[in-house]
Design a protein around this ligand. Structure first.
Ligand SMILES: CC(=O)SCCNC(=O)CCNC(=O)[C@H](O)C(C)(C)COP(=O)(O)OP(=O)(O)OC[C@H]1O[C@@H](n2cnc3c(N)ncnc32)[C@H](O)[C@@H]1OP(=O)(O)O
Ligand SMILES: O=CC(=O)O
Ligand SMILES: [Mg+2]
Length: 349
């Protein structure tokens, strides 16, 4: 483990100094784009102003024979759209570290677009060693190509070993921006018997005891991701990075998508992935706090200006702890309002 003083030292001579605090960014939806498809790429300029992050995907869902085209498409995209001017993040999901592609991808991305890429998403992270490796590689490449702003790292939690090591992954480097749950690969890694990409499963439930009269027994679906999800959120919160829900694959079920996103929002997530344009608005609405809740939170802050003591508002007890809860809500709303005029009006900022 690095010493406290060593943790924030650049890992290569000439590399930029690591971030001490994460840049304050709104990241309600990470919108996935297949960059090898010219037709889809051509639409990114139109979609970008409606999202917080555009992610160029090089990994799963990109055919093996299109990896080169996806990398070239990512570099083109970084030049075609002025993401910085739009206030939109540009992320790239590289191929996993045991694939034949990741090394050329990272080298090319830093050389050709190092100053324009905000975050590299690393799939199938198994332990802190994966982050140490990519951290060092990035520092060397940033130094070589004169990149002045460190590229952040985002890990996908999608293997059983990764779940076991999630706390160490979250704290492995000052580059760590966040972690997403990857329910598809994680299901496969654990030999879970499901073909779904995230969300619930009707077979995972609890059932009440038999009734003497033989009548139907009530049964309720449970959340089969809750344990992993909560473990990930705690690891991220403890290390001051952001947790995200990953993909929701049932594009044809916006109601279940909204519920999954809302569960993630309530558990502390900053955002989720949008795989299809129809999921963008869902994520935006769910990951922007409800204006009525924000108004109530503002009243709590006003009732206890120095954050201490006790107060009653509409029959509910407030104290230092609820003041902190209210501050989380109002800070989140304020950050969104600074980026999004529609929400600024709704929140009254
Ligand atoms: C488990 C994991 O790893 S999840 C992450 C990996 N998966 C992905 O990244 C998938 C990304 N999404 C996609 O590739 C597509 O949305 C699909 C394959 C799921 C569905 O695509 P389609 O069947 O074409 O959807 P649909 O017909 O509804 O598309 C409507 C329009 O939106 C466009 N569109 C679809 N997805 C996207 C997207 N992610 N970004 C931008 N535009 C998109 C389509 O090109 C189409 O445009 P058109 O009307 O001009 O022809
Ligand atoms: O990459 C995401 C997943 O669910 O797998
Ligand atoms: Mg995956």
């Amino acid at each position: 483990m690095k010493t406290a003083r060593g943790f924030f030292k650049p890992l290569a001579i000439g590399a930029p100094a690591p971030w001490r605090e994460l840049p304050a960014r709104v990241e309600r939806m990470i919108h996935f784009v297949p960059p090898h498809l010219d037709k889809v790429r051509a639409k990114v300029g139109e979609i970008a102003p409606t999202v917080d992050v555009i992610l160029a995907n090089l990994e799963d869902a990109i055919p093996a024979d299109a990896k080169g085209a996806a990398l070239a498409g990512t570099i083109a995209l970084s030049r075609e759209v002025d993401f910085k001017a739009l206030g939109v993040g540009l992320w790239v999901r590289i191929n996993c570290l045991n694939s034949p592609w990741h090394l050329d991808e990272v080298a090319t991305l830093v050389e050709k677009a190092g100053d324009r890429i905000d975050v590299i998403m690393v799939p199938k992270v198994e332990g802190p060693w994966d982050i140490f490796y990519i951290d060092q590689l990035l520092a060397s490449l940033e130094a070589k190509h004169g990149v002045t702003r460190p590229i952040l790292l985002h890990a996908i939690l999608e293997t059983a070993e990764g779940v076991m090591n999630v706390e160490q992954i979250a704290g492995a480097s000052p580059r760590m921006q966040g972690i997403s749950l990857g329910p598809a690969d994680l299901a496969a890694s654990r030999a879970m018997k499901t073909t779904r990409v995230g969300g619930g499963h009707p077979g995972y439930r609890v059932i009440e005891d038999p009734h003497a009269d033989g009548s139907a027994r009530a049964s309720v679906q449970q959340d089969l991701w809750h344990y992993t999800f909560a473990k990930m959120v705690d690891a991220c919160a403890a290390h001051g990075i952001k947790p995200f829900y990953g993909p929701f694959g049932a594009i044809d079920d916006p109601v279940a998508c909204e519920q999954q996103f809302r569960n993630a929002f309530l558990m502390g997530c900053a955002g989720a992935w949008s795989l299809h344009p129809s999921q963008i608005a869902i994520a935006k609405q769910v990951f922007s706090p409800d204006p009525a809740e924000v108004a109530f939170a503002k009243r709590i802050l006003e009732a206890m200006p120095d954050g201490s003591g006790v107060a009653m508002i509409d029959g509910k007890m407030q104290d230092d702890a609820t003041w902190k809860q209210a501050k989380v809500m109002v800070d989140c709303a304020r950050q969104i309002a600074a980026k999004d005029a529609e929400y600024a009006a709704l929140y009254g900022f």
